[in-house]
Ligand binder design. Sequence first.
Ligand code: UDP
Length: 511
Amino acid sequence: MASSLSKELHFLLIPLMSQSHIIPLTDFAKLLAFHGVNVSIITTPLNAQKYKSIVTHAMKSNLKIQLIPLHFPSQEVGLPQGCENMDTLNSLELFKDFFLASEMMQEPLEKLIQELEPKPSCIISTSPLTWTQQVATKFKIPRYIFQTVSCFTLYCFHILNQTKLQDTLVLDSDSFLIPNVPHKIEFTKAQLPFDSSKQSSQGHMKSILDKIRKTQDLARGTLINTCGELENWYVDSYKKAVKKVFCVGPVSLCNKEMDEMVDRGNKASIDEHSNCLNWLDSMKPKSVIYACFGTLSNISFLQMKEIGLGLESSNVPFIWIIRGLNLTLEVEKWLRDENFEEKVKGRGMIIRGWAPQILILSHSAVGGFLTHCGWNSTLEGISCGVPMITFPMFAEQFYNEKFIVNVLKIGVRVGVEVSTISWNEEKNGVLVNKDQIKKAIDELMDKDLEGEDRRERAKELAHISKKAIEEEGSSYLNIKLLIEDVMHALNDKDGEANNVATINKSKHSNT
Ligand code: UDP
């Protein structure tokens, strides 16, 4: 495990300030620290406060992880005070300002690096933080991109970037097949994210994506939160397309203890947890649907109603998570007027705010996951062996839907056909109605042969995902290779021929 050389290494982990970037990087911090390296997670003061329990858990396990807060200039760019995480944004305009503020963290980060001990050995940052590449170049340390999307998505992006097939589509219903891949993957124009012809604010998204593509080649390597066994063909193909790919996931599986799972991300009320867990304990195995739409989806009131009515009419036990921004006065009034919670009492429960997602998903009573198909949620569903109902909305979520349904064959589509521009678009829109939701739940929970096959496959995928993270599993070994790669990069920089021998020696002591 830990070699004497890795103990001197210091990895800086810098996630974009969004739950779906901070959560996997804090998980990855633990996996890295387990190999003996020092890890510092750089984030803003409010996020550091929110995630401080990771340091408490790390200390208990003698892992060297620290959280370093850097000032986030929200007010300097006109963002509301306290706006330090993308889950607080409710408009695309604010999104632009948020990115601007994050770029302004470059100078404070450079100052910090000059003072840090031990000296940072590398930067691992999520892909939108392109400016961290300049910092790495300035300090002559390698930067690795941590991808929060699947290899399947990255490879499809790569093909579309080369073929420009999407540019040939005119009508929303026009479609194309992704060429030269072993599965039938069809996209309509309406399902594609970031269509610059739709709205000017999408132009901004596109320019961020262009920047990401341009800095990709400057990074020393790419880490992906997946494992080779899950998407073998796509990993192999992507490895031929870009240099140095390390599959290091599913990182959420590093959380083994109950308190780690409870504290992951935002901390919800402990009473709500025990209510929910006691209730799950009383349910039959694989009987409950867990419905959660991530941390960014801004769902219209009308759509919320359809989700509620669909869950109610399904007659299947459920837990429905309603995040803060979706819990509007209108939604609360509707729930009250409908007497919703009374009507579903004993069969369904609502969690308002944050849920301990991986704790719930790993409970034996959960038999289905109604998900918005964010990559973290998708991977967490896979890792827990839970078949999914796919309800994609924006960004690369339609890619994840196709991965779940067409590639892994462990999901049922709810039937969303149109990608929204971002989480705040079509505030009043209804993407799917209650009957579609009920139909998808019935199909997923059905005990017919197809349903049983889906459940079997999901169980098998959970098994192989767990093996990948365990000692000597593929992702575990890839983390070792990454650490060696950092040592090589540092030695190349110093030109110390002698150290190559030392690294080779350490390689042997590691295995
Ligand atoms: N999550 C959670 N509790 C919640 C909502 C979300 O723990 O109530 C976690 C979830 O486990 C996942 C992350 O937040 O790790 C959401 O990331 P994802 O990529 O699925 O979606 P996004 O939020 O980016 O849309």
